[in-house]
Write a protein that binds this ligand. Structure first.
Ligand code: SAH
Length: 348
């Protein structure tokens, strides 16, 4: 049975499913059945565009570690590591920092068996442990956690105000057996004031994930950094499917396209006792970490073509009309850590 048939059969047996359930199933199938990255794949991410991205995040993590008093053991964790490129670049960039590699135990949170294999290849010089969720991370050491384009893959619920009341958007079948969006009345009705057509998304999965990370930080110490395509205000339908670098209908070729929804950074929450930094624009964040200087150094030692590629990557990662503004960065820290790359200054 194809994956699409499987989804249809679920709906036939159990009735329409929420957008969140649909997204969870489709995303899991998608990543488990392929390596989707790069020019020949469906989409490209920052660490695949340039080594500078992972290098600077490695420097960010190392700076946190130094501020934490150089603990002799800590979990260097990454959520949704894709091909393992970010972590490999981060580790290479930090290998000359005395004590850092000896202290860092690499933990990868990954649901896809296919991508775990890619990560093992990229990190074959390191002792790596995999986890399907946060629960099995060690509980007795501080944690420094990185996550690029991870939260956007976690499911969203969608709600629409229609015919004078709130509904939840669901995926069902039409008479001809095609997947179709529909609405079912939602209880309790919230928010109270609404106009016909109003639409919003929530993501209990993301909120829970970030809360669990914050709990860990509080108990164990450390810092977490989330980077994603996102927004802080406005609402609407941000669910999108991308295949072969092109947008396509969300209900077409189910499980064969990358399905994401933009991250509402204002709704990620946090926790008493955990400091929140940002969201900052990715471009400004990377510039504060020194990406312009790093690019100049790489270009100086490169052949002209490679130098042009470094320049192009810099523009892609930091440009206002590229990833520089659309992508946002948010950090959570405990203790006295002042994370690099944010312009907020914490009281001592
Ligand atoms: N961070 C990488 C890959 C981003 S794609 C990069 O920037 O290139 C999303 C990643 O999250 C993939 O590795 C995917 O398999 C993983 N993923 C998606 N949903 C997940 C879930 N619920 N639990 C764990 N990993 C998940």
């Amino acid at each position: 049975m194809s994956f699409e048939e499987h989804v249809k059969s679920e709906i036939r047996h159990h009735g329409p499913m929420s957008v969140a359930t649909f997204m969870g199933l489709a995303v899991a199938h998608y990543y488990d059945s392929r390596d989707p990255f790069g020019a020949e794949g469906d989409f490209t991410t920052a660490p695949e565009i340039s080594q500078m991205f992972g290098e600077l995040l490695g420097a960010w993590a190392a700076d946190c570690w130094v501020q934490m008093g150089r603990p002799s053991a800590f979990a260097l964790a990454e959520c949704g590591p894709g091909r393992g490129t970010l972590m490999a670049d981060a580790l290479r960039a930090t290998r000359n920092l005395p004590g850092f590699h000896a202290a860092a135990h690499v933990h990868l949170i990954e649901a896809s068996k296919t991508l775990m294999e890619r990560q093992a290849e990229a990190l074959n010089d390191f002792d790596v442990q995999w986890h399907v969720g946060l629960e099995s991370l060690p509980v007795d050491v501080p944690v420094i956690l990185l996550a690029n384009e991870f939260l956007d893959a976690l499911p969203v619920r969608q709600f629409q105000f229609s015919g004078g009341r709130w509904h939840e958007r669901v995926v069902g079948l039409d008479d001809a057996g095609w997947l179709r969006f529909g609405l079912v009345p939602h209880m309790p009705e919230y928010p109270p004031k609404a106009q016909e057509g109003d639409f919003f998304e929530t993501s209990p999965a993301r909120r829970l994930f970030v809360e669990s990370v914050c709990e860990r930080l509080k108990r164990q110490g450390g810092a977490a950094l989330f980077i994603d395509y996102g927004y802080t205000q406005g609402r609407g339908d941000t669910l999108q499917a991308v295949k072969n670098h092109k947008f396509q209908d969300v209900l077409e070729a189910v499980g064969e396209a990358d399905l994401t929804a933009h991250v509402d950074f204002s709704a990620l929450g946090g926790m008493d006792g955990v400091a929140v930094h940002g969201p900052a624009a990715q471009g400004a964040f990377l510039e504060r970490l020194g990406i312009v200087q790093r690019a100049a150094m790489l270009a100086r030692n490169a052949a002209p073509e490679q130098a042009a590629a470094v320049e192009a990557a810099l523009t892609r990662l930091t440009g206002k009309d590229e990833m520089g503004e659309l992508f946002k960065v948010m950090a959570f820290t405990v203790g006295n850590i002042v994370p690099a790359g944010f312009d907020d200054v914490q009281a001592a």
